[in-house]
Design a protein around this ligand. Structure first.
Ligand SMILES: NC(=O)c1ccc[n+]([C@@H]2O[C@H](COP(=O)([O-])OP(=O)(O)OC[C@H]3O[C@@H](n4cnc5c(N)ncnc54)[C@H](OP(=O)(O)O)[C@@H]3O)[C@@H](O)[C@H]2O)c1
Length: 199
């Protein structure tokens, strides 16, 4: 599968390295590093991709996709692991979500929210700390969720750890896990822990 990862930071690098190691063709789309090996402009990266990963600040996702433009974005699948914060690290969109905003602005895109409730090290090595985290999945398009779930399997996620919450509206719930996540980081003095649904 051709995968364009927007962003070259912690999440983008971790996902890119792991997905490339499982046979996917990965390019990064960058504002600042186009021309380096494996890194294109953001529009060039998206143009040849089946799946676009928004590994950039949540507050920059809409403006970045606006710049790339609807003609280039088309009907692509968007795997959105982003979180959106104010400079004071409060929720940037209380009562709303990045994923819902993207889906509303670009109705042809097929947005799937996932991996936003854990540290980037866990995203690509889910068995690193046990018991397992839950990988929540939210999106309106079933076929897109099937593709994203197969990518989660390539990242090492067992089927039993993946929870399809339903439509993209459910991304509101997982994006609002962020305050719990950061309070837990502070209390535990580490980001190596898992948020999971147990039953
Ligand atoms: N780190 C985690 O463990 C973690 C966990 C869950 C969710 N997330 C979310 O995942 C996303 C990426 O996190 P990260 O930790 O990889 O962040 P990061 O290390 O700071 O990297 C973000 C990348 O986004 C691009 N970027 C930065 N500012 C931008 C802007 N204003 N407009 C467009 N692109 C911009 C940069 O790439 P270029 O300069 O190459 O364009 C940068 O390398 C964020 O939404 C974050 O909240 C992170």
């Amino acid at each position: 599968m051709n995968i364009a990862i927007l962003g070259t930071g912690k999440v983008g690098s971790a996902l890119g390295t792991r997905l490339a190691s499982t046979g996917h063709h990965v390019v990064h789309g960058s504002r600042t590093r186009a021309g380096e090996p494996g890194i294109l402009s953001r529009s060039e990266a998206v143009a040849s991709a089946d799946v676009v990963v928004t590994a950039i600040p949540g507050t920059a996702v809409l403006s970045t996709l606006d710049e790339i433009g609807e003609d280039v974005l088309g009907e692509r699948i968007v795997l959105d692991p982003s979180a959106a914060f104010t400079p004071q690290m409060t929720m940037a969109y209380p009562g709303d979500s990045v994923a819902q905003q993207v889906q509303a602005r670009f109705p042809r895109l097929r947005v799937v929210k996932t991996l936003n409730t854990m540290n980037h090290t866990i995203m690509v090595d889910p068995l690193a700390s046990l018991p397992l985290a839950t990988a929540f999945v939210s999106g309106d398009d079933s076929a897109a969720k099937t593709v994203v779930t197969s990518l989660l399997a390539d990242l090492g996620w067992p089927e039993a750890a993946i929870l399809d919450l339903g439509g993209v509206d459910t991304a509101l719930a997982t994006e609002h896990v962020a305050p719990l996540f950061f309070a837990s980081v502070k209390a535990l003095a580490t980001a190596q822990f898992n948020i999971a649904i147990s039953r």
